[in-house]
Write a new protein. Structure first.
Length: 252
C-alpha cells in the first residue's frame, strides 16, 4: 500500500490496455468480473511469490474488518461477508485451469477475478493477481476491495445500486481502502497512488461506460467497466468522499 497524497490518487494515466465485457445483473448467474476481459495468461500461477500470499491475506482481513466495523454507519440490516471459492493455495485464490471454479454453470476462466451472485462468493485467479509483480502490491488490495464491493452491493436496496455497477464497485473500493488506512488497518507507502492508477488503467476498456459496440463475434455488447479515466475518477471519488459518494439518490 502507499503514502497518502491527495488521498489515494494524484497522478492520472490515460493508457488503456484491455477490451470489454457484457453486463452481469446482480440476480444473474453471470459473475461480476474485475477486468473488462480476462488478462492474457503468460505464465503459470505456480510462480506466485510469498508476497502475493501475504498481501492477499492482509487485503482480505483489512477489507472485511473495515466493512464489519462500518456497515452500520451506512446501511440497515446485518453485515454479511462474502464466501471464498475453495482453492488449494488459499481460500478464493484459485489456479485455472488446474482448479475449476464454477459460478452456477459457468466455469470461471484464467486471468480475472469475480463476485458470483450464486452463493455470494469471491474468486481470484492467480494469474490476474500475479500482475502485482509488475503493477505493485496495491493491485492486490484494489482487486480484493473491488470484488468485495460487488458483494456489498448485492445486499443493498436496489435504489442504492448504480446502473454503472462496475464503476460503483471502483468507487466503493476507494472508500474502503481509504477507510482502512484511516482506521489503521492498512499503512500506505510511497508510490501506491501510482500503483492504483496503473492497476485501474491496466483493467480498463477502450470504451466509455454504456457504449454499445459490436464485438469480435459480431454480437452487440454494452460496455460495463469504463475507460481508465472513468475508473480512476470513480476510485478517487470514493477515496475522497467515502461510501456515501458512491450511492445514488444520497445527499453527501
Amino acid at each position: 500500500m502507499a503514502t497518502r497524497a491527495g488521498r489515494l490518487l494524484t497522478a492520472l494515466v490515460t493508457a488503456v490496455l484491455l477490451g470489454t465485457a457484457t453486463p452481469a445483473a446482480a440476480d444473474s448467474p453471470e459473475p461480476a468480473a474485475y477486468a473488462s476481459q480476462p488478462i492474457p495468461v503468460t505464465g503459470s500461477g505456480a510462480a506466485a511469490t510469498d508476497d502475493l500470499d501475504a498481501d492477499y491475506a492482509m487485503a482480505l482481513d483489512a477489507v472485511d474488518a473495515w466493512w464489519r466495523t462500518h456497515w452500520d454507519d451506512y446501511f440497515a440490516g446485518s453485515y454479511t461477508a462474502p464466501g471464498l471459492a475453495p482453492a488449494a493455495r488459499a481460500p478464493g485464490l484459485y489456479d485455472a485451469p488446474a482448479e475449476q471454479v464454477y459460478c452456477g454453470d459457468l466455469l470461471l476462466p484464467e486471468g480475472n477475478a469475480f463476485h458470483c451472485p450464486i452463493g455470494d462468493f469471491l474468486a481470484f485467479e492467480v494469474d490476474l493477481m500475479l500482475l502485482s509483480q509488475d503493477l505493485g502490491d496495491g493491485f492486490v488490495y484494489l482487486v480484493v476491495a473491488h470484488e468485495w464491493a460487488h458483494s456489498v452491493v448485492s445486499h443493498l436496496d436496489p435504489a442504492l445500486v448504480e446502473e454503472a455497477y462496475e464503476l460503483q464497485a471502483d468507487c466503493l473500493a476507494g472508500a474502503t481502502l481509504q477507510g482502512a488506512v484511516d482506521d489503521g488497518l492498512l499503512r500506505l507507502e510511497e508510490g501506491d497512488q501510482q500503483e492504483f492508477t496503473a492497476a485501474l488503467t491496466a483493467v480498463a476498456s477502450e470504451n466509455a461506460w454504456g457504449t454499445v459496440y459490436i464485438d469480435e463475434n459480431g454480437e452487440q455488447q454494452t460496455e460495463t467497466h469504463g475507460t481508465a479515466q472513468e475508473r480512476i475518477d470513480a476510485f478517487e471519488r470514493g477515496a475522497d468522499g467515502g461510501v456515501r459518494s458512491c450511492l445514488p439518490n444520497v445527499v453527501v
